[in-house]
Design a binder for this molecule. Sequence first.
Ligand code: FES
Length: 604
Amino acid sequence: MKTKQYHVEFEPIGRRGECPSDESLLEAAHRLGIELVSLCGGRGTCHRCKIQVLSGKASSPTASEQEHLTPEELANGYRLACQAYPLGDCTVHVPAESLTAPQRTQVEGQQVKVTPNPPVRAYNIEMSPPSLSDLRADAERMVQALNQQRGVSCRSVDTEVLRGLSPLLRSWDWKAQLSVRGAEVVAVLPPASAQLGLAIDLGTTKIAGYLVDLGSGETLAAQGIMNPQISYGEDVIARLSRVSRSPSGDTGAQKLVVEAIDRLAADLCAMIEARPENIVEAVVVGNTAMHHLLLRLPVDQLGRSPFVPAVSGPMDTKVRDVGLHLAPGAYLHTPPNIAGFVGGDHVAMLLATDMPRRNGLVLALDIGTNTEVALVRNGEIASVSCASGPAFEGAHIKDGMRAAPGAIERLRLVDNSIEYQTIGGQPPVGLCGSGILDAMAQLYLAGVLDKSGRLGDHPRVRSRAGQREFVLVSEEERDGRPAICITQGDIRELQLAKGAIRTGINVLLESTGCSEQDIEEVVIAGAFGSYIDVSSAVTVGMLPPLPLDRFHQVGNAAGTGARLVLTSMGKRSEAQAMARRIQYIELTTAPQFHDTFIKATQIG
Ligand code: FES
């Protein structure tokens, strides 16, 4: 059947565009830059992409929609965007809860002092202008002046730099600042310009960006944003499968993230009154999937067993090759990946926490949708990746939400009543990861939850829709709005998440013949890890039962590592040498994996 084009308008965002009849409303929304939630990557199973068709015709509701939307909703035009295709011009309303929520994004990390030794150096030079007795070309004139005046041996000028060179040299009266990387000029700037670097921690859900002075190594501005790719699926596997399923190789996911990094770079520059053209080097650290999607490397093999990366070595790519708009000849450096699910962000975290130089037995975790765990014994590093899933991000939890205003982030059960604290002090709307963990720990300590995770009796426990739930904030306390609860199903989901992390820790300990009591320090990195109450994590058995003073929450260590790699060639080499030495252990092939996991899902 011939494809037709229809005009679709999304309200209240005000985005509109042409939508072919064989493109779902979800795909159209993503193409138009609308961040509709799609946890399942468009398979019709998560029911989070709900929209309302206000006018115009769309395809008939599918079985999945008939099952999950009420008859009233269907009668009022509510649809799952991934299941609905336009059959004419349409106006579509996007409810706020179907959009990816802005989230508190952490950029803070430990400052690690390092003597700057950046890959790009700035040289100010002066040239004599051309004349009838000096007919040298502009580029040769510039390179000769550079080599003579600054004692370097530069040999080439980036082609894109050459394209803008001649008018610039003339407008600056033959004075310029050259940014030189190795033997290549990668940028030509006005004399005495800022020479900046951009470090990015590209997470599955969040992107942290840092603008750094390459000369001093000082961080000048930092900001966190959501990764808009989340609209392609909440976890890495959903995202990879969505991209792999696209017949022509979906570049939309890559474009989304590149545009976000470009916007982030522009915002960071605006904070210090600089321009993105002053950014002469960029470093991006991320898990292997984020790395491959950014660099447009093949991901099909990454999403299926045995989960092999296309490339694991460090890479230097022109930023323009990935679509970024920084200095014209700037490079993007990505540190090495370790395995299919352990990427350069893990290397950056280990580098920032100085793991190769640690004595004794140290455990380092970066908790996220995917949790990487390393066990370091006298500088020898073994790492695993645990599929902890998005439960601690609030997904798959009935009243779960991201760490946004109104999320309960701390919680205590005191004499049958609940004391809680929300982000921003706003009225409670749901539970974020740290609140979920607290709730589980408090219920266990009060004897409401047993070791197997079964919810027992308590004045706050009730049955709704066939399952037991513990009421944290009641309907009355919310002025008639639905209660905020933690259900038996939520507890099961959390047991799987915390069990995955503890299994990773236990398998590492078994593989090295160490016991948990031998662990001298536990370093917890990452946004979620920084906000959790460690005692709750120990109570539920996510972390080993060690004295609390052995735990250290270090913030975004991957972001700190990215900055080290950006400003120091020494640290860049160290990262490469360390990556070669990391022993990667595939969790699922470890002996006793199944038994260890079953045991680790127990509470306590
Ligand atoms: S149900 Fe539509 S994206 Fe999941």
